[in-house]
Structures are given as structure tokens and as C-alpha cells.
Design a protein around this ligand. Structure first.
Ligand code: ATP
Length: 361
């Protein structure tokens, strides 16, 4: 099989709505067999990009290739992909099995083959006992599974998903995340998944494409975008709570600050890397939130509010305390551009920097 078959290449693609750039000359490569997540806040352009890949909309400029071929003149049905959307769009008057089989019937797949594929997919998705029910007799999670089964049964190598879990409650969403990932891996599907939920992205993705205002901020594995955010936007978007950003001035005098850091820099520190130290810049306690295993400590350093995550078993910090952090876990950013300054990364991370999948935009 051609190894580039389900690779998607987005080359310099723009989409303007009047003067507004929903996508501003973006380029990214989505690899075969990967679970790629387009992540970003509302309005950043992720659905627009998915619709362009699907062929539901046309770009203003640039090229989209699937398996190496420019698909600009191909309708959605000619792109060899399936789609799952937030609204399940099941036919209410058809049974579960009729809903799942609908696309195959339209494509005139023979009856015996349809039946064989239905049994396989229903077993895979845990839908076998529900096949004769109507959608109205299913829970939200079951309906979503039918929508997914309809995509899976098409046996197309690429599946595009736009916020498919957002109608489900939190517990079901967590279960479905695991289920979706397992099915994707079992079938070797190339998935492009749109979400604004960074936890979904972190738990399911092979690679995350962080988007902001029609541009790509960073492309990387969940570990890469978490540990080495390429921009202050990514630093503030990934993580619950997100990375703290201190003006370098606020931390001046700390022996933990790398040499060469000046007022034109921001210092990013994750909540779990901070602790109460013997000496260091003096912080002021503002409040504590108990989370079970952990406590979130809300505090202030000069004019900067920040959050520390501590094990619930650790002693509570006093009203004033010296702030320390795990050596070498800082991220240094340029105040003006928001870009990560990799020259301040500790040497031990040089292997990450050489990794060719660690692309930044
Ligand atoms: P959400 O998570 O809210 O769906 P998104 O990241 O998917 O957001 P898009 O739907 O891709 O964002 O929209 C990107 C930008 O393009 C937004 O500013 C939006 O208002 C604009 N836009 C999208 N579709 C149209 C349209 N048909 N006409 C005009 N503007 C549009």
C-alpha cells in the first residue's frame, strides 16, 4: 500500500470571508495513521480547515493534498474520507442498523457484504444488542456511537471529526475518548479531530495542531506542547491550570533564573513545578482550593497572580513565603513577540529540539 495514501498536506492555505481571514496562509502535514487534533479557541479557524479538507468549502488560496494528489477539484465523496459531526444527524425513522448501513446502500455495496461489515462494526462498537432500535430509544452516548459506526463502516482511511463528543456529559465524554482512541488505533485510521477542549487533545492526540486567529501556533506531541510551548499563547492555553507567566523582573535575584534573562523576557513556570522554598522572591498567599489529591494555591508575586499545585498532604504555605521551582523547568519567552527563546532551554532538552516532528510555526 502506498505509504502516502492518507497523508494530508495543507500548503499555504487561506480562507477569507470578506476581509476576514479565517485561515491565514497556513501549512501543516497530517501523517497517515495519526490521530491529529486541531485545537484552539472559538473562532480560530479549526472548523474552517476541517471543512476545506472535507471539500465542503473551497480555500481562497493554497493547496490541499490527500495522498500526494491535489484534491482542489474533487467533491467530498471523491476524497475517500468519512465525517462525524457534533450533531449526530441520524435518521429518526430508520433503525440503528439501517442508519449504519445507509451510506453503503447508497454506494450500492452488495447485501452479503453489507451484512458482514455491519456485524463486524456493531461488535467493535458494542452496538449489537441495539441494532433494531430507533435513535430516539438510545442514550446520547449510544447515538454518538452509531454516528461513529456509520463512519467506520465506510472503511475509508481518513475520518474527519468536528467536536463529536461535545453533546455528551463529562463522564460519558471521558469514556468515549478512550473508546474512540482504541478504535482509531485498531483500524489504523487517519483521524483529524477538531476540539476547543485541551483535555481531549492531550488525551487522544498523536499530534496537536494549536491554532489561534487563523494561524498555527505550534505542532507537536502532547508532551512537546505541554513541556515546551512554542508561544505564550500555547503556554496559556494548554494545562489546567495553565502555565504561569512572570515578568522576569518579578523573579530577579532568584538563583534559579538562567543567566541572560532580562526585562524583555517572560518566565513561564507550570503550577506543579513551583514550591515553597527556603529563600527566593517573596510571594503572598491569596487562597487555597482543595481538589482531593492536590491543592491549588493562589498567590501573588508583585503584581503577578499565579497558581501552584501541591499535593494535598503537603503543609499549607504561610501568608508570605519564598518561591522556588524545579531547576531547569522554566520556559523563557520574548515579551514583544510571545515566542519561546530556545537558547534558554536546559541542555537536557536538546534531543527534543532535534526531533523532526517538533515543528513550530
Ligand atoms: P468554533 O469552535 O466556535 O466552531 P472555529 O475555530 O471552528 O470555532 P471557524 O468556524 O473555523 O472557527 O471560524 C473561523 C472564523 O471565520 C471566525 O471568525 C468566523 O466568524 C469566520 N467564519 C466562519 N464561517 C464563516 C462564514 N460562512 N461567513 C463569514 N465568516 C465566517
Amino acid at each position: 500500500m502506498d505509504t502516502t495514501k492518507s497523508q494530508i498536506q495543507v500548503e499555504n492555505v487561506s480562507r477569507f470571508f470578506g476581509p476576514t481571514a479565517a485561515l491565514d496562509a497556513i501549512s501543516v502535514r497530517l501523517e497517515k495513521g495519526d490521530f491529529s487534533v486541531l485545537l484552539g479557541p472559538s473562532g480560530c479557524g479549526k472548523s474552517t480547515l476541517l471543512r476545506l479538507i472535507a471539500g465542503l468549502d473551497s480555500q481562497t488560496g493554497g493547496t490541499i493534498r490527500i495522498g500526494g494528489a491535489d484534491v482542489g477539484d474533487r467533491s467530498p465523496s471523491m476524497r475517500n474520507l468519512s465525517m462525524v459531526f457534533q450533531s449526530y444527524a441520524l435518521f429518526p425513522h430508520l433503525s440503528v442498523s439501517e442508519n449504519i448501513l445507509f451510506g453503503l446502500k447508497v454506494r450500492r455495496v452488495g447485501k452479503a457484504e453489507r451484512q458482514e461489515r455491519l456485524e463486524k462494526v456493531a461488535a467493535l462498537m458494542g452496538l449489537t444488542p441495539l441494532l433494531s432500535r430507533k435513535p430516539s430509544e438510545l442514550s446520547g452516548g449510544q447515538q454518538q456511537r452509531v454516528a461513529l459506526a456509520r463512519a467506520v463502516i465506510s472503511e475509508r482511511p481518513i475520518c474527519l471529526m468536528d467536536e463529536p463528543l461535545s453533546n455528551l456529559d463529562a463522564k460519558l465524554r471521558a469514556d468515549m475518548r478512550v473508546e474512540l482512541r482504541t478504535i482509531q488505533q485498531k483500524l489504523g485510521l487517519t483521524v483529524v479531530y477538531v476540539t476547543h477542549d485541551q483535555i481531549e487533545a492531550m488525551t487522544m492526540a498523536d499530534r496537536i495542531i494549536v491554532m489561534n486567529q487563523g494561524r498555527i501556533e505550534q505542532v507537536g506531541t502532547p508532551e512537546q506542547v505541554y513541556a515546551r510551548p512554542a508561544t505564550t499563547f500555547t503556554a496559556g492555553f494548554i494545562g489546567t491550570p495553565p502555565m504561569n507567566l512572570f515578568p522576569a523582573r518579578a523573579l530577579a535575584g532568584s538563583s534559579l533564573l538562567p543567566g541572560g534573562v532580562t526585562d524583555s523576557h517572560l518566565v513561564g513556570l507550570r503550577p506543579e513545578d513551583l514550591f515553597v522554598a527556603e529563600n527566593g522572591p517573596e510571594a503572598e498567599l491569596a487562597g487555597i482550593e482543595y481538589l482531593g489529591a492536590d491543592r491549588l494555591v493562589f498567590a501573588r508575586l508583585g503584581a503577578t497572580d499565579f497558581i501552584m499545585r501541591m499535593p494535598a498532604s503537603a503543609a499549607q504555605p504561610p501568608a508570605r513565603f519564598a518561591l522556588g521551582w524545579a531547576a531547569g523547568c522554566h520556559s523563557i519567552f520574548d515579551v514583544a513577540t510571545g515566542a519561546r527563546l530556545t537558547q534558554f532551554d536546559p541542555l537536557s532538552t536538546s534531543t527534543t529540539k532535534k526531533d523532526p516532528t517538533h515543528e513550530t510555526a
